[in-house]
Design a protein around this ligand. Structure first.
Ligand SMILES: C[S@@+](CC[C@H](N)C(=O)[O-])C[C@H]1O[C@@H](n2cnc3c(N)ncnc32)[C@H](O)[C@@H]1O
Length: 341
């Protein structure tokens, strides 16, 4: 499902919006909190989940790949009396930050924060003029690098697969034509071109640039690869009984989480034609409903919550399975976007 995350949320006075945590009571309940436990929050953001977990008397190790989030979290670290460790790290590296005895719970709230969208300089929003950047951390290729240098066929696949953009080829060809004259520098350069190539129709619920901006953000930050690797790392670092709670906002991300829990449920796959070789022991057991969405009340209070999906699993005693990306059935995106082709 596509959300209009690039709208550049502002409050009634036009000031910056503080990130409102999504599905907070549901996330807290899913983690089975109790004093003395250690939870890893892989997506610290504005610290909404972390603050609430700390308030339950639980120690938190929190990560964020965005240096601005780490800076913004320093007052909470100072106030936590040693109960919060905040680390600048990608969540795919979460195992490096876990205690030797393992973790009691891991929570991931995938995607961008309202602060990231709201800051024009980060280049996430097509409605705010800023550099076409979109990197959550400050390294790696930017969205402008991709748009100015990737092959048309790769841009088409990025927009089509990661953005589910039906006009992906048309937009990619228009980008190629325009960049021969002048490179893309700002968010408005790209949004303006998309507005011309695929004008908004009265029935369209989202801005015509929404899908392309979302696709570029996911690609630039390797968001699907990060998520898949984090799920494997969680399997290796949770104690038996430990909870893994993942909140996603995009159908591809939710599919990755769903497939992971299905694969780890230990049910042997097979068919009439392909006999089952062996039963695998489940490494995760289901907790509650297989998927939890926001209530209508929350969705009306916080538009970000509309597309949120939460899935939860409980680690069993079984040894971790091998990391095998093929369970997610994803195209090899790492091969896309090679520059200058
Ligand atoms: C939706 S916000 C989290 C909000 C948080 N739950 C709260 O209540 O304030 C997502 C955060 O995850 C961070 N993030 C996204 N991908 C990441 C990754 N691969 N590793 C670490 N942090 C990541 C983003 O920088 C952003 O700050």
């Amino acid at each position: 499902m596509m959300t209009d995350q690039g709208t550049g949320l502002t409050d009634a006075e036009g000031g910056p919006v503080r990130h409102i945590p999504v599905l907070l009571p549901e996330v807290l309940a899913s983690l089975n909190l109790a004093p003395g436990k250690i939870i890893l929050d892989g997506t610290f953001g504005a610290g909404g989940y972390t603050s609430a977990i700390l308030a339950a008397g639980v120690d938190v190790i929190a990560l964020d790949r965005d240096p601005a989030a780490i800076l913004g979290g320093q007052p909470l670290v100072a106030a936590s009396g040693g109960h919060l460790t905040l680390v600048h790290s990608q969540f795919s590296d979460l195992a490096q930050h876990a205690p030797a005895g393992g973790l009691d719970g891991i929570v991931l709230d995938i995607g961008v924060s309202s602060m990231q969208i709201d800051e024009a300089d980060r280049g996430f929003s097509f409605q705010r003029k800023g550099p076409l950047d979109m990197r959550m951390s400050s390294d790696g290729v930017s969205a402008a690098d991709v748009v100015n240098r990737a092959k048309v066929s790769d841009l088409t696949r990025i927009f089509g697969f990661l953005g589910e953009e039906p006009q992906s080829g048309r937009i990619a060809r228009a980008i190629e034509k325009r960049r021969l004259e002048e490179p893309f520098v700002t968010t408005r350069d790209l949004a303006g071109l998309i507005e011309v190539v695929t004008p908004r129709k009265a029935k369209d619920k989202i801005h015509p640039a929404t899908r392309v901006f979302q696709a570029l953000r996911i690609f630039v930050n390797d968001e699907l690869g990060e998520l898949a690797r984090a799920l494997f790392a969680a399997e290796r670092t949770l104690k038996p009984g430990g909870r893994l709670t993942v909140v996603t906002f995009h159908s591809l991300e939710d599919r990755i989480v769903k497939k992971f829990f299905q694969d780890r449920a230990g049910k042997a796959s097979g068919s009439r034609h392909l006999p089952i070789a062996h039963e695998r022991a489940a490494t995760f057991a289901p907790v509650g409903k297989s998927m939890v969405a926001a209530s209508e009340e929350e969705a009306s209070r916080n538009p970000r919550a509309r597309s949120a999906k939460m899935r939860v699993g409980m680690r069993t005693e079984a040894p971790p399975e091998a990391d095998d990306l093929s369970i997610f059935d994803l195209p090899n995106l790492a091969s896309l976007g090679k520059m200058g082709g």
